[in-house]
Design a protein around this ligand. Structure first.
Ligand SMILES: [Zn+2]
Length: 93
């Protein structure tokens, strides 16, 4: 069997049961904004990459997020898992 370069399967190290709450959900591409004084970052639900709205090394400034702003997914993990999770990406109006 031939696998593409970005094919992932259920044994991928980033999978920890996210399908229970992230499968088929709606996502939006957003610039990360700190929304509470004591909550200055979030992590990618899959690879744990850090999202912040500051210019720091190894920090992501934008990514995919659930519509409630709760769960962030980096673009690499989005690309790797979009077939598996069947996300519904919405464009902001
Ligand atoms: Zn990620």
């Amino acid at each position: 069997m031939q696998f593409g370069e970005h094919m992932v399967d259920q044994s991928d190290w980033r999978l920890r049961g996210q399908a229970k709450y992230l499968k088929g959900v709606a996502l939006q591409w957003r610039v990360y904004k700190q929304f509470a004084p004591h909550w200055d970052h979030d992590h990618c639900e899959f690879c744990w990459a850090k999202f912040m709205d500051r210019d720091l090394a190894n920090v992501l400034r934008e990514g995919y997020v659930t519509l409630d702003g709760d769960r962030w997914i980096c673009s690499q993990c989005y690309d790797d898992f979009k077939e598996m999770f069947e996300w519904n990406v919405q464009t902001p109006k």
